[in-house]
Structures are given as structure tokens and as C-alpha cells.
Design a binder for this molecule. Structure first.
Ligand code: IPM
Ligand code: MG
Length: 357
């Protein structure tokens, strides 16, 4: 029996709908295991800009730092996507949160539920056995370096920067994780071109000496992008820089069938943040059709990583598995063979998972 306070930060678009379901799952787990979870809510992203002018209000940051874990939705709004001149953007809230909370490690597990083999556009025989854990560095690289314009605004630049310290701490996390899995680590960079990547490789090579039990492999990012589709089952843990990780994990989401299935954990110095890897999806917002499973699986990661509640976490994952075995699907993971009465909306899908818990 544990007492924990959880901050729910739904953000924008379908973030609202899916975190509501994630919270119900946490509630159910608390009731079942006799834990006491208390909740608070805070604003981020477009909804925060509308309410306060700031994509990450101080109040939100204070609440985040004071909580035991954050269940996060998504940020973004289409009105900014085609407005490159916007000075304030929802994504700034997300990036500031990562920096301020020291969330340098972003874990993105790519695991294919057997029942969803046919939901992917990749052939089932290629996919079988794919189970990859990505470690994306989250507080450095071209995301956070100096950026600006010169030559009267006609030239733009974004500086990519990494320190030894930053590479080593994410590298260590990835090696440690590999030890608990199939003991293989693939470090991804562009060391044939980029100086930051050469430092990255140097640091990982040195670290590898401390982990002789982990089989290390180095790949260039372009080659890895190809191999992920060609032979996803050969990878175990993959560690990479912020921008490469952003791109590769969207690609890898197709191994799992849908972005709607993938959860992530952002961890570091303090409070951990758990969120789906999908975005705010304004095209389906308010329609009640968003897949809540990524938020539910994010809640499972939260229980495991921030609270050390392994049994609770596994129960949630098994419930998701059961629901899929029963044939229930949200629209994004349904296919031509799914009977109409098995295609569920956000709430109904959440209710099925609750039943199995
Ligand atoms: C992600 C997202 C963010 C990122 C955006 C919304 C800023 O794509 O978490 O992968 O690029 O990190
Ligand atoms: Mg992304």
C-alpha cells in the first residue's frame, strides 16, 4: 500500500480524451491493490497559451516538480503548423518541461502485440519477435542548441551540441537496460559526418568497456532507418541522439501497428513524465475515436518505473493484451477482418481494459 500523488497534464487535442482513460486505469489499480493515489491537473501547450499566454505556466512546472509522477497527453495545434512566424508555440511548453525537469532519457518501447501482426504495413513474418527498446536522448542536440537567423533573416541556423557528460548518462541507462533484456545494444549516430556523433561514438565505445556482457553494435542513422524495416527483430536496445530518436521512433511505431499503441517514459533527475508517442491529432479530436491504449500503457510504465509497482504494471499490460485477444480494436488498429461490433471508441475501449483489470 503506497501513497502517491499524480499530476495529470492532458495538454491538447486527443490528449484530453486519452489521459482521462489513463487516469481511470490508475484509479482501478489503486483500488485493487489498496494504494492511495491522489490527482491534480495542470495546463500545457495550446490550452495553456489560450488561458495564460504561456505554453508552460510556472504553476504547471511547480506542480510537476511536486508530484510523484506526471501522466501526460499531447501538445500541438494545427494553427501553428503553417505559421512559421508564430513567436509562442505549444511545443515550446513540452521542450521547456523536458529541460526544467531534467528528463534526459526518453524510453520508447516498441513491442508488437501478437494480435496486431496484421495491423502493420510490414509483412508478419518480418515483424514476428520484434521487441525494441529505444533510448532517445531528450535534453540536448539540435533541439536545444543556439538557433537564429543571420544575413537579414535570409539564413537560419540550429546548432547541435553534446557534452561527454550528456552522452555518458544516457549511454549508461541504455547499457543497464540491455543487461536486463537480451544484452544487445545498438548505438546510432552519423559519425561519418557529424562531430557531435564522433564524440557520441567515442563516449559509447569507452562505456562499452564497462559492460563486456553487453554486445554493442554501431550503426549510422540512415542505415538503421533501413534496417528497422528490413529486419526489426534483430534489435534489442537502441540508443541515439534527440533528433535521430525523434525520427526513428515514429518510423518504428509502424512495427507496432499504430502510433496509437506506443507509450513512452521520460526520466532523469526528478519527476518522471509518461506519455503516448502520438500527438494531439486534431483531425480526430472530440470524436471519441482516439486509441487510449498508448495512454493506458503509459500509465503502466509510470507504475513500473516511477513507483516500482511491477505487478500492477504487468496487470495493466496483460489487460491490454486480453482486450486485443478478445478482438476489440479502435479504428486505427482495426482491419478489414474486424467485425463492426468489435470496433470501439475511446471510452468503450478503456472500459474493456478496466474490466480485465
Ligand atoms: C515527440 C514529438 C516532439 C518532439 C514535438 C511535439 C516537439 O514529436 O515527442 O516525439 O519532437 O520531441
Ligand atoms: Mg516525435
Amino acid at each position: 500500500m503506497a501513497k502517491k500523488n499524480i499530476l495529470i497534464v492532458p495538454g491538447d487535442g486527443i490528449g484530453q480524451e486519452v489521459t482521462a482513460v489513463g487516469k481511470l486505469v490508475l484509479d482501478k489499480i489503486a483500488a485493487k491493490f489498496g494504494h492511495e493515489f491522489t490527482y491534480d491537473e495542470a495546463l500545457i501547450g495550446h490550452v495553456a497559451i489560450e488561458a495564460t499566454g504561456n505554453p508552460l505556466p510556472d504553476e504547471t512546472l511547480v506542480k510537476m516538480k511536486a508530484s510523484d509522477a506526471v501522466l501526460f497527453g499531447a501538445v500541438g495545434h494545427p494553427k501553428y503548423d503553417n505559421d512559421p512566424t508564430a513567436k509562442v508555440r505549444p511545443e515550446q511548453g513540452l521542450l521547456k518541461m523536458r529541460k526544467e525537469l531534467g528528463l534526459y532519457a526518453n524510453l520508447r518501447p516498441i513491442k508488437l502485440f501478437d494480435e496486431l501482426l496484421s495491423a502493420s504495413s510490414i509483412k508478419p513474418e518480418i515483424l514476428k519477435g520484434a521487441d525494441i527498446l529505444f533510448f532517445r536522448e531528450l535534453t540536448g542536440d539540435i533541439y536545444f542548441g543556439e538557433k537564429g537567423r543571420k544575413n537579414n533573416g535570409d539564413t537560419a541556423f540550429d546548432v547541435a551540441e553534446y557534452s561527454r557528460f550528456e552522452v555518458e548518462r544516457i549511454g549508461r541507462k541504455a547499457f543497464e537496460a540491455a543487461r536486463t533484456r537480451r544484452k544487445k545494444l545498438c548505438s546510432v549516430d552519423k559519425a561519418n559526418v557529424l562531430e557531435t556523433s564522433r564524440l557520441w561514438r567515442e563516449v559509447i565505445q569507452k562505456l562499452a568497456l564497462e559492460y563486456p556482457d553487453v554486445e554493442i553494435e554501431y550503426q549510422f542513422v540512415d542505415a538503421l532507418a533501413m534496417m528497422l524495416i528490413k529486419n526489426p527483430a534483430r534489435f534489442d536496445v537502441v540508443v541515439t541522439a534527440n533528433l535521430f530518436g525523434d525520427i526513428l521512433t515514429d518510423e518504428a511505431s509502424q512495427i507496432a501497428g499504430s502510433m496509437g499503441m506506443l507509450a513512452s517514459a521520460s526520466i532523469g533527475d526528478g519527476t518522471g513524465v509518461y506519455e503516448p508517442i502520438h500527438g494531439s491529432a486534431h483531425d480526430i479530436t472530440g470524436k471519441g475515436v482516439a486509441n487510449p491504449l498508448a495512454s493506458i500503457l503509459s500509465a503502466a510504465l509510470l507504475l513500473d518505473i516511477s513507483f516500482g509497482m511491477k505487478a500492477e504494471s504487468e496487470l495493466v499490460i496483460n489487460a491490454v493484451d486480453q482486450v486485443l485477444k478478445e478482438g476489440y480494436r479502435t479504428r486505427d488498429i482495426a482491419d478489414a477482418t474486424t467485425p463492426a461490433d468489435k470496433i470501439l471508441g475511446t471510452e468503450a475501449m478503456g472500459n474493456e481494459v478496466l474490466k480485465f483489470i
